[in-house]
Design a protein around this ligand. Structure first.
Ligand SMILES: O=c1ccn([C@H]2C[C@H](O)[C@@H](CO)O2)c(=O)[nH]1
Length: 139
């Protein structure tokens, strides 16, 4: 990832932040990611009057990504209303690692870091396979 690519992602995250629906927290968030194919995808937080069912920007990004055809995420940047880099919450780290793996580069205040550092020893498909080696959908 070049500095130019990070700047583009940060700009797209900021743009998405401007579309956030966050009347309850008044904390708009934007997220933008680069895919391994070179496409970009973004998302903003979408809150709800039933506070607990609100969606984080990263969650909306993943939904947009999958509904747009999916693939693999390479890098992501998330920002707040000031444009400052924001760390994905724990749930969103799990959502993101599913589609980018531990190599997914995450913009952090300390610079880009692989998701494997931010969610070490993540729960993953191997944990399911250990119980159901043949696959299957029943417990
Ligand atoms: O990484 C984050 C952290 C928080 N939020 C949202 C959730 C909620 O709408 C608001 C305040 O927590 O910010 C995100 O979208 N992404």
């Amino acid at each position: 990832m070049s500095e130019v690519e990070w700047k583009t992602l940060r700009a797209k995250a900021h743009e998405a932040m401007g579309r956030a629906y966050a009347p309850y927290s008044r904390f708009p968030v934007g997220a933008a990611a680069l895919t391994v194919d070179g496409a970009t995808v973004s998302g903003c937080n979408v809150e709800n009057v039933s506070h607990g069912v609100g969606l984080c920007a990263e969650c909306v990004l993943v939904g947009n990504f999958i509904s747009g055809g999916g693939g693999r995420l390479r890098a992501i940047s998330v920002c707040d209303a000031r444009g400052a880099v924001l760390m994905p919450c724990g749930r969103c780290r799990q959502l993101l690692i599913e589609h980018g793996g531990p190599e997914l580069l995450v913009d952090t205040p300390r610079g880009p870091r692989p998701m494997g550092e931010l969610l070490p020893d993540a729960f993953g498909p191997d944990d399911l396979a250990a119980v159901h080696p043949q696959g299957g959908d029943r417990a």
